[in-house]
Design a protein around this ligand. Structure first.
Ligand SMILES: Nc1ncnc2c1ncn2[C@@H]1O[C@H](COP(=O)(O)OP(=O)(O)OP(=O)(O)O)[C@@H](O)[C@H]1O
Ligand SMILES: [Mg+2]
Length: 451
């Protein structure tokens, strides 16, 4: 019998085209470093983006807009992603393409409305009664399942919670016990339990907790052991988006009115009104504050006149995120009309936007970007292959050159090579043509195609 060899496959994660971007790469003075945070060149646009980040952080940017304009492949989308990285996780950032508004299920304005509300956060502060401490011991008591006597189910648990100052044993019921099992809570974890709702939260693993080993590479966050009493009032801060609040309210109503599925498609306007009113009350009573996030609409020329007027109106409403648009069109017709306008965007909206241009790259900059992408995709390039790709990028487009990396790497593998050479780049280029070549190709054979 032939021997079967099992080889382990080297798995390479699917890498999105902007995964190398970690931020805007600016120094403390807001100046762009030549190469930093995965970004290369495009210094003025990066510095402009840095100013936008500061304005967003100070909360003064809501209700306005930014437009990135520039030729294809000059980093408009890349810069928007960099802004998102700079803002951090607490600031909502929604990315969509202009073409996403065309759906058979939802109205265009509904899709935009939802996107707007996803990009508006509400930071809610609440004082709640909690039990908080490091878990010193946890024991789950199981009983036989009433219907399947061979199974046991958790009934209750005994937990010892400790702070630096005291130690309290707690006996908790089934609901809390289930959460403890599900979350895999064990000795050394710092947790708190909401005294009213029984919800369990894990803050992380206790630093300097003698009885538990910590590893050099720790996947859980390390936190201090709390001080003071175990049972106490704690200020809890959460950020929810308006859309999340809409869904909570809509589903509660759905339960009451038994229209369970009606809300999957659209959130009724009354619900949004109710949420807005509640949020307004929270703000007035100092319980909450609005966290304006960012709605980024890529390929904005795909939006139509209806969508543009909706956005213009939305920018003027009480709660509005920062809207960032990007396009590579010059003069173009506004979709849904016969009117020509700069970037295919109506003038009254253009008037409200700050415009940031992105400029074509020099070949040195393209070389750097291709190098960074190859590293990110874990692909080794010979010097000649790199030069060939730079040449391609100047003649066709940067995007095309970057896209050829992966096919060239696969061809190299088939040729039994670890490194991509110039032949592999040429072969990939033959197999996958760029846009202008494909247009030329179709023109040449136009007469032979079906009409
Ligand atoms: N300055 C830069 N530094 C590092 N990588 C960049 C830079 N500019 C662009 N890239 C990368 O080059 C590729 C093309 O850029 P991107 O998609 O951002 O262009 P674009 O301006 O949005 O083009 P389009 O108009 O076609 O949408 C992406 O992989 C992007 O991450
Ligand atoms: Mg883009």
């Amino acid at each position: 019998m032939p021997e079967i060899k099992v080889e382990t496959i080297r798995r390479r994660a699917r890498i999105s085209t902007h995964s190398h971007i970690r931020g805007l790469g600016l120094d403390e003075k807001g100046r762009a470093l030549p190469v930093a945070d995965g970004l290369v060149g495009q210094r003025e646009a990066r510095e402009a983006a840095g100013i936008i980040v500061q304005i967003i952080k100070s909360g003064r940017m809501s209700g306005r807009g930014i437009l990135f304009v520039g030729p294809p492949g000059t980093g408009k989308t890349a810069l928007a992603i960099a802004i998102a990285r700079e803002l951090g996780e607490d600031t909502p950032f929604v990315i969509m393409s202009g073409s996403e508004i065309y759906s058979s299920e939802k109205k265009k304005t509904e899709i935009l409305m939802e996107a707007l509300r996803r990009s508006l956060g509400v930071r809610i502060r609440e004082r709640r009664l909690v039990y908080e401490g490091v878990v010193k011991d946890v024991k789950v008591k199981r009983v036989r399942h009433p219907l399947a006597p061979y199974l046991t189910i958790p009934r209750e648990a005994r937990i010892v919670l400790a702070t630096k100052d005291e130690e309290v044993p707690l006996t908790v019921g089934e609901e809390i016990t289930e959460q403890i099992i599900e979350m895999g809570i064990r000795r050394g974890d710092v947790i708190w339990i909401d005294a009213e709702t029984g919800k369990v939260f894990r803050e992380g693993k206790a630093k300097d907790f003698a009885e538990v080993k910590t590893y050099d590479v720790e996947t859980k966050r390390l936190v201090e052991i709390p001080r003071g009493p175990v049972k106490k009032e704690k200020e809890i801060v959460r950020t929810l988006t308006l859309h999340e609040l809409d869904t909570i309210v809509a589903s509660q109503r759905a339960l009451i009115s038994f229209f369970g599925f009606a809300f999957e498609k659209e959130i009724p306007p009354e619900v949004r009104k109710e949420v807005d009113e509640t949020v307004r009350k929270w703000i007035e009573s100092n319980k909450g504050e609005i966290v304006p996030g960012v709605l980024f609409i890529d390929d904005a020329h795909m939006l139509d006149i209806e969508a543009f007027s909706f956005l213009t109106r939305a920018m003027e409403s009480e709660f509005s995120p920062l809207i960032i648009l990007a396009t590579n069109r010059g003069m173009a017709k506004i979709r849904g009309t016969d009117i020509e306008s700069p970037h295919g965007i109506p003038l009254d909206l253009l008037d409200r936007l700050l415009i940031i241009p992105t400029r074509p790259y020099t070949s040195e900059e393209m070389r750097e970007i291709i190098k960074i992408r190859a590293e990110e995709e874990d692909i080794k390039l010979s010097d000649e292959a790199l030069e060939e790709l730079v040449k391609l990028a100047t003649e066709t487009s940067l995007r095309y050159a970057v896209q050829l990396l992966e096919p060239a790497y696969i061809i190299a593998g088939e040729n039994g090579r670890e490194q991509v050479g110039v032949e592999e780049v040429r072969r990939a280029r033959q197999l996958f043509i760029d846009l202008s070549a494909s247009v030329k190709y179709l023109k040449e054979f136009e007469s032979k195609f079906l009409k």
